[in-house]
Design a protein around this ligand. Structure first.
Ligand code: COA
Length: 144
């Protein structure tokens, strides 16, 4: 059983980063200032996943979402996205945007399953043969 906490916890998020991404973000990256949104999932005292992004006017950006590998495919990322989407709506956002590598199959499958649609592509954005896909989610069509 995991507990959702509606706050940015830089050290905990960076701890997940270090275990999930080859180029992890540091704790200093996760800034808790107005317009920033973060939610963490906790299994006891252990942070097992988080989501982090921002809202400016009616546009939100999802910058990072990660779940520790041993906690995946249990609906935890979906739980984080629901909380993030509701937080974005509360701050006035109508649409969530993100960029993802076209080679990141799990993330892409998760985003498409969640209702994101492709808006564009930046060829070789992450390196040769590694395009960035620009995706968006219409919050009026996303469930509460
Ligand atoms: C992408 C990620 C966050 C998904 O987390 P998760 O908790 O496993 O996702 P969920 O369990 O909520 O999945 C919800 C649905 O998304 C889809 N999905 C998720 N992972 C998938 C995968 N590996 N392959 C295919 N579909 C997948 C499925 O439809 C899934 O529903 P189902 O399990 O009932 O079939 C996780 O794989 C991860 O942390 N990846 C590494 C970090 C990353 O690349 N982040 C994105 C870029 S910032």
């Amino acid at each position: 059983m995991t507990a959702l906490q509606p706050r940015i916890d830089p050290d905990a998020f960076a701890g997940v980063e270090a275990r999930v991404f080859p180029k992890p973000w540091s704790a200093e990256t996760f800034v808790g200032e107005p317009g920033r949104l973060g939610y963490g999932l906790w299994d006891g005292s252990r942070c097992v996943g988080y989501i982090y992004g921002s809202v400016v006017m009616d546009e939100a950006e999802l910058w990072r979402i990660a779940i520790l590998s041993e906690y995946r495919r249990r609906g935890l990322a979906a739980k984080l996205l629901r909380a993030f989407a509701n937080g974005c709506r509360t701050l006035g956002a109508a649409t969530v945007y993100l960029e993802v590598s076209a080679l990141n199959r799990p993330a892409l499958a998760f985003y498409i399953q969640s209702g994101f649609t492709e808006q564009g592509r930046r060829p070789n954005y992450y390196g040769a043969g590694d395009d960035a896909l620009l995706l968006s989610l219409d919050l009026s069509e996303y469930p509460d």
